[in-house]
Design a protein around this ligand. Structure first.
Ligand SMILES: Nc1ncnc2c1ncn2[C@@H]1O[C@H](COP(=O)(O)OP(=O)(O)OP(=O)(O)O)[C@@H](O)[C@H]1O
Ligand SMILES: [Mg+2]
Length: 216
């Protein structure tokens, strides 16, 4: 990892706490002296944020599964090239809410699109970039959706999917984790915000012990 930064993704179902934990983790790593870029998918750059609006707009009920997949990957392609890779080349830490495992879980396991096609398209969109560490925040679907709903009075296009869909997403994540035990760590997203941060921090500290260069 000598000439490159560190790429961390946070994954999990709607409302599991990705945004909350991404912010706390960014603050923690910044305080340690690392140069941190916090970002999210879909989105992260102006063009990718426009694609995000199309993807999450509940009015777009007629979006086909394949179009949805291609839009997510178009957004990722822009994000990787314009923001993530340049930051990693400068030795920065990139913390990203959602990345390719979301595509695998939602478009593959939940929508049922062909996994080989998905993997091929992911490679095209990312230029083979995968996170160094992925944290999956795992919790009961019902609880996650309740958390996501509590503080807003609308549901986006994906939150409006039924429980069965979100359960497939959750099971998909757990399967992906089982297939990638070195890169992906599953932690319980239940408990207090601080407790969950400490669970994440354990893996971060381990990762940082292998990352010698403090860029700033
Ligand atoms: N450990 C926790 N206990 C209780 N509430 C929490 C916890 N973590 C986050 N929340 C709250 O739950 C809601 C959802 O959290 P957050 O937005 O971080 O989830 P998310 O995974 O980013 O959701 P989304 O998939 O919708 O982006 C927020 O209102 C947040 O304040
Ligand atoms: Mg969020």
């Amino acid at each position: 990892m000598s000439n490159r930064g560190v790429f961390i993704s946070l994954e999990g179902i709607e409302g599991c706490g990705k945004s909350t934990q991404a912010k706390i983790l960014s603050d923690y790593m910044s305080e340690l002296g690392y140069c941190v870029v916090q970002t999210r998918e879909p989105g992260g750059t102006p063009v990718a944020e426009k694609i995000r609006e199309v993807l999450l707009d509940p009015k777009n009920q007629d979006l086909t599964s394949r179009t949805e997949l291609l839009l997510y990957l178009a957004s990722r392609s822009q994000h990787v090239e314009q923001l993530i890779m340049p930051a990693l080349k400068k030795g920065k830490i990139v913390i990203c809410e959602r990345f390719s495992d979301s595509t695998r879980a939602y478009q593959g396991y939940a929508r049922g699109l062909d996994m080989d096609m998905i993997e091929t398209l992911i490679r095209i969109a990312t230029g083979n970039l995968e996170p160094d560490l992925t944290i999956i925040l795992d919790m009961e679907v019902k609880e996650g959706l309740l958390r996501a709903e509590r503080f807003k009075n609308y549901k986006d296009r994906l939150e409006s999917e039924n429980l069965d869909f979100h359960n497939k997403v959750r099971r998909g994540y757990l399967e992906i984790a089982k297939n990638n035990p070195n890169r992906i760590k599953v932690i319980s997203a239940k408990g207090s915000i601080d407790d969950i941060h400490l669970r994440i921090r354990q893996y971060i500290d381990e990762l940082l012990s292998n990352y010698k260069d403090k860029p700033n």
